[in-house]
Design a protein around this ligand. Sequence first.
Ligand code: ZN
Length: 210
Amino acid sequence: MESKEQAGNLFVCHECDALQTIKGIEPGNVAACVCCGSTLFKNPVDGVEKPLALIVASMIFFIVANLYPIITLNIAGIERAATLTESALIFLKLGRPELAVTVWFCCVFLPGFIISGLLYVLLSIRYELGLPYTKPVLAWIIRLSPWEMVDVYYLGILVVLVKLVAMADVLLDTGFYAYSILIFVYAAAASLIEPHFLWECLSRQDSKPQ
Ligand SMILES: [Zn+2]
């Protein structure tokens, strides 16, 4: 998913900066720049079905990754399992608050916010629920640019592994595998989500008589 400079139906081309108006692209069709021909956005054939299914799966893996330990530490013969949040707390106890913040922000807060936000917006669109604040939520998700988020998720988990392996014997646990799957499932969902299409769906819902 990429952010696109857009105001109403006005679009700015990423390649040549041409400003143009685009309206009513049929499902399965692509809107191309009138000047250079590069793709501005696609209107998916099956609407939000596939992204919604992948985001539901992402949510399940996210919950498992947070509830189950990601690692088991063996410090001087004593075994201790730690979830993502507990790993962040271990860094805090070790006097490394910057690592604690990095891990918690990258692995818990950001994916939690983005996945639940997308789930909220997609459910509202799919079942025409007309839920409140869907547009500000979508605007924030686009602002956080989710493709780069995948790198951020990796960063958080790498910090946990690299730093803790140096201090104790570390065994990977259930949460770690769930988190690894989450990264792939989420990347697949993000690649299918077209922000412009979601905007259009939300605007259509707004203009419907209640
Ligand atoms: Zn162009």
